[in-house]
Design a protein around this ligand. Structure first.
Ligand code: APR
Length: 249
């Protein structure tokens, strides 16, 4: 058993007592579905230059190259599935009166696992949108090398938030409200370095939430955690869920 049973039980007890829970997830949540993290030795940013692939200026300079990378990631996404940890979070939504998942991930795996109340701060990889009009399309079918808008013929771009761009309307505001309101703030699989998502934990802490971190490694935010579970999220979440079920039986 990789995570300490005591912390799994302590976490389960905090969740049982909670009337509102906010869960903040990052790329580590999807590692066990086969997707890469961004930072760390094998992270995406060690293979691809952010400034060449993940900014509006990069797309302006070379839309074909940038789109090719997102096209490749879309194809990869069509071959992965949510793991047990995603399904556990979806199940907890039926047990906690007020549970919000706030994700930095663009893979849509929380939705596919059944979570309903999900705030996607950085958009979705399976969405493509027009660079000019309001047209957008969701799905993972291959849109080709240089897709153009069927309405106005301008280029399509990935429906994600690039560095330097603003988040979807209302997303971070709604996320901050969830962080303020929650009794338990669970932060899973994020290095805690990208704003404004990284500020959510500070808000939750300020408003008195119990902070629980699930991450095999320490992060920029570990010092704020009341409980730190140094394990992979699939194992940790299934152990917490088992402890919760034992308490409830
Ligand atoms: N379970 C839980 N956490 C894990 C696991 C796992 N199995 N494997 C790795 N991790 C942790 C790592 O220890 C790391 O702290 O996941 C974290 C991933 O950190 P990042 O790669 O920095 O990803 P994230 O924090 O989501 O990045 C935030 O940065 O580049 C932007 O838009 C991108 O949304 C992304 C944002």
């Amino acid at each position: 058993m990789t995570s300490d049973t005591r912390t799994a039980t302590d976490t389960a007890n905090a969740l049982i007592r909670a009337s509102a829970v906010a869960i903040s997830t990052g790329a580590g949540m999807s590692v066990e579905s086969g997707l890469d993290t961004f930072r760390g030795e094998d992270g995406l940013w060690s293979k691809v230059d952010v400034n060449e692939m993940a900014t509006p200026e990069a797309f302006q300079r070379d839309p074909t190259k940038v789109w090719a990378w997102y096209r490749y990631r879309r194809q990869k996404l069509s071959q992965v599935e949510p793991h047990e940890g995603h399904r556990v979070l979806a199940e907890w939504e039926t047990r906690v009166p007020d549970l919000t998942v706030i994700t930095q991930n663009i893979d849509g795996l929380h939705h596919r696992a059944g979570s309903q109340n999900v705030i996607e701060l950085h958009g979705r990889l399976d969405v493509a949108r027009c660079t000019y009009c309001d047209y957008n399309v969701q799905g993972l079918e291959d849109l080709g090398e240089e897709p153009s808008c069927p309405v106005c013929q301008k280029r399509l771009r990935p429906g994600v938030v690039w560095f330097g761009e603003s988040l979807p309307d209302g997303a971070i505001e709604t996320a901050f409200v969830a962080a303020q309101r929650c009794d338990v703030f669970l932060v899973i699989g994020t290095s805690g370095v990208v704003q404004p998502a990284a500020s959510l934990i500070d808000v939750a802490k300020t408003y008195g939430a119990t902070i629980i971190e699930i991450n095999p490694n320490a992060s920029e935010q570990s010092h704020l955690a009341d409980i730190a579970i140094r394990a992979g999220c699939r194992e940790a979440l299934t152990e917490i869920d088992a402890a919760w079920r034992r308490s409830a039986s």
